[in-house]
Structures are given as C-alpha cells and as structure tokens.
Write a protein that binds this ligand. Structure first.
Ligand SMILES: Cc1ncc(C[n+]2csc(CCOP(=O)(O)OP(=O)(O)O)c2C)c(N)n1
Ligand SMILES: [Mg+2]
Length: 424
C-alpha cells in the first residue's frame, strides 16, 4: 500500500529492475550484441575534439576480421616481434592463471582471480604504453606484470604470503605492488585507483614530467563515486590519463545492466565529461593496442584524457570464491560473439606466416613448465597457512616512519598476549 496520498487517476509509479539475458540452464541469445565489421570505424587524429568523435563511444573499434586479418585505419601495423611477444605474454598469463587457480584448490593459498578471456585488455594495453608510464590496475590486470617482465616467483611469493613475499603477507593474495615496474598497489576497494591515477597524472604534469598514467576498473565499478570524481578531475585539468573500463559483462553475480549497460555504453560515460571515449573489441589484441596507442599519444601531447571501454567477457568465475554456474548460463562463455583473444591473435600470426600450430603447442608446454618451476621455487619459501612466515610485529610496521605511541602500546600488548597464548 502506498504511504502518500493516492491519486487514483494516475498509474502507480514503478521501477525497472534489470534482468540478465540468461540464468542457469537457459539457452543463450547474444543477438542483441551489435558487432560492427572490423575496420569499419574511422580513426580520427589524436588531437580531435571529444565532440567530434561521439560515434566512437557507441561503435566498436575492431582490427581483426572474421578471417583474422588486420584491416582498417586502426590497424597498428605491428612488427612480427611485437605480435609474437603479445601472444606469448597472453599465453603466459593464462598458464599462470591455470596453475595458481589449482594451487588455491590445493590449499596453498586462500584466494586467486583469473582473467581468462580478458588477457588482451592488459597485455596489449601495456604493450602500447611506455614501460615507465604509471599503471593503476584492478585485480584482473596481471597481464601487465607479465608484459613488464616481473618475476613469476615474486608474484607467487605474494600469492602464498610466504617468507619471500615482499609485501610481508599484508595484502590479500594477488593484490601486488611493484613500484620498480611503475605498477601501483592493487586495492580491493573498487575504483579507488581511478582518482589515484588521475591525481598521479596531474602531479606528473605539475612536475613537467613526460610519464602518463593509466588505470583499469571493471564495468561494475563505474557505479562507484570514485569513478565519477576521477572523471571530473581528469576532464577539468586535462590530466594525462588513460581510463580503462573492462566491460566483462559481470560484476561477481550482477550483470552489467546493474551498472547501467541497458541505457548506454560505458565508453559513452566520457561524453558527459567532455572526454574522448573509445569503445573497443576487448578480445582483439590489435584493437586494444591501437586504442591505447591513440590515447597515449593524446595524453602525452597534452590533448587530454581518454576513456576506453574494452568490450569483453569474463569467461570464468569472478574469483576462487565464486561459482558462476549458480547465476548464469554455462553456455554464455562458449557463445560469446567476440571469441577468445589468444585464439584470435594466434590465427592472425599464423595467417601472416610467422607462426604455426606446432610452435604454439610447444610454447604452451614451455610456459606451463616455466610456471611450474616458478611455483616450486616459491614453495620453498612456504605456502599460506603453514606456519607464520613474517614476524608478528610486521603488521604494525611500515605505515608511519616512526611508530606512534598508541600503536607501540597495541604492538606490545599483542606480543604479550601472543606469548601468553602460544608460549612456544
Ligand atoms: C567499494 C567496494 N564495493 C564492493 C566490493 C565487493 N566487490 C569486489 S569485486 C566486485 C565486482 C566488481 O565487478 P567489476 O567492476 O565489473 O569488475 P570485474 O570483477 O568484473 O573485473 C564487488 C562488488 C568491493 N571490493 N569494494
Ligand atoms: Mg565486470
């Protein structure tokens, strides 16, 4: 019953509650997903006014066509070496995900997150940036660390929170922090990296530096206030930033409709802020590279920030704590119309005559062995939950230069209680 006065000649107000396209057991229908032909989008100059590129927020920049050939103005025309390095790095990311997912199932760590199907959105983006441009990733861009050559054992030490963990077990597994690779600390609090990236980019400009910043968040995270604050600052100050939204259709069990996908695209969020917006096929490594290269050039030449929506699909569960079969049709992943990014790049380089199935199979074996060896190496430093790998008091350290009195007291009390409870 309505609480307010009833005006019986008016229809009752009602809300729209989005419903996902399918639930477990349902057949999947992606016919509403519009996939423009590869090469059909115009590529404006990097200095274009955001008002003259609105189409690019609603279309889809695609380079690889149905025959895996690179076509159109967005083709970045990469040398064979770069194409093969991107392919290898994406395959390494997947091999790493496979093994560390299993390690979680074996009880060696508490938590893991895969980026299966989304490898291009981090690897190809990192490839198109300078190695010292600052990145502010979410928890699904491990591909950036792979591209920048971070040691796998360091990543696994962190995942196992073991003696070798440089973060001393104080971060959730997979929440890396690698300052020497210009890789900002991953935070579990969604979208906080957005204002941080814009602020960092503003500082870079204030200092007269040439390094730009790039951040990533999921489509669900665009519903956070931080996303919009960051967009305002980026727009007002023309901050040299690339703002990536990885639209993988799902935010744990909430489909993208709950973040507004039924109303407009995520790239179109840029329009209201007067920022350049690009919507790209996130499973097309060449399109991701080309869009990032365009945005990086724009940012570096003081023409302004770019919001890039990477249209992709989260092929697996949100994390090891999730079971997607409880809320979405198992068919979705198989029927996703944009295919798999590794398969598509592989077919492209095979078509160029610089790669073949045999070499690919050999590479997959080599990478699996490499990851296995790194895992074994890291396990020498212990695995999560088997003993205390870091001195207890480290949880109080490294925040303040000098430990304030109240934390000193808390530390002393904690150590005392610990000694009383576990004398050995
Ligand atoms: C501020 C905040 N709210 C909620 C959560 C819980 N949470 C963690 S991941 C997630 C879904 C995020 O989805 P999306 O942004 O689409 O990224 P994806 O996981 O798909 O990469 C939620 C709700 C959180 N970590 N932080
Ligand atoms: Mg998502």
């Amino acid at each position: 019953m309505a609480d307010g006065p009833l005006r019986s000649n008016l229809p009752p107000l009602e809300l729209h509650v989005p419903e996902p396209r399918s639930r477990p057991g349902d057949p999947v229908d992606f016919s509403d997903v519009i996939v423009p032909a590869a090469g059909s989008m115009a590529r404006p100059d990097e200095a274009v006014s955001p008002h003259d590129m609105r189409d690019l927020s609603f279309g889809l920049v695609r380079v690889l066509d149905d025959d895996h050939k690179a076509v159109g103005a967005w083709d970045p025309r990469l040398p064979a070496e770069t194409l093969l390095k991107m392919l290898r790095t994406m395959a390494l990311t997947r091999a790493f995900d496979e093994r560390l997912y299993r390690a979680q199932r074996q009880g060696k760590t508490s938590f893991y997150m895969k980026c299966t199907g989304e490898e291009a959105t981090s690897v190809a983006a990192a490839a198109a940036m300078q190695g010292d441009d600052m990145v502010f990733p979410s928890y699904r861009q491990q591909g950036i660390l792979m591209w920048r050559g971070y040691a796998l054992t360091e990543m696994i030490n962190q995942i196992y929170s073991n003696r070798g963990d440089k973060l001393k077990g104080r971060q959730l597994p997979i929440m890396y922090s690698v300052p020497e690779l210009s890789f900002f600390t991953i935070s579990g609090n969604l979208a906080t990296q957005y204002p941080q990236a814009v602020g960092w980019a503003m500082a870079s400009a204030i200092k007269g530096d040439t390094r730009i910043a790039s951040c990533w968040c999921g489509e669900g995270s665009t519903a956070e206030g931080d996303f919009h604050s960051a967009m305002t600052f980026a727009s007002v100050y023309n901050a040299p930033t690339i703002l990536n939204v990885v639209n993988n259709q799902w935010a744990i069990s909430s489909f993208s409709g709950f973040a507004g996908a039924e109303r407009t695209t995520f790239a179109a969020r840029a329009i209201g802020y007067g920022i350049a917006g690009l919507r790209v096929d996130g499973n097309d490594a060449l399109a991701v590279y080309a869009a990032t290269q365009w945005a990086a050039e724009r940012a570096r030449s003081n023409k302004g920030p770019t919001l890039i929506e990477h249209f992709t699909y989260r092929a697996e569960g949100h994390s090891t704590s999730d079971d997607p079969s409880a809320y979405r049709s198992a068919q979705e992943s198989a029927e996703w119309p944009l295919g798999d990014p590794i398969h598509r790049l592989k077919q492209h380089v095979i078509g160029l005559g610089i790669w073949d199935d045999e070499r690919h199979a050999a590479m997959d074996l080599e990478l699996a062995e490499m990851v296995k060896a790194a895992t074994k190496q890291a396990e020498k430093n212990g695995v999560l939950g088997h003993g205390m790998h870091q001195p207890f008091e480290t949880m109080f350290e490294d925040v303040f230069e000098e430990l304030p009195w109240h934390l000193q007291e808390q530390m002393a009390q904690a150590l005392e209680e610990r000694a009383a409870k576990w004398p050995k």
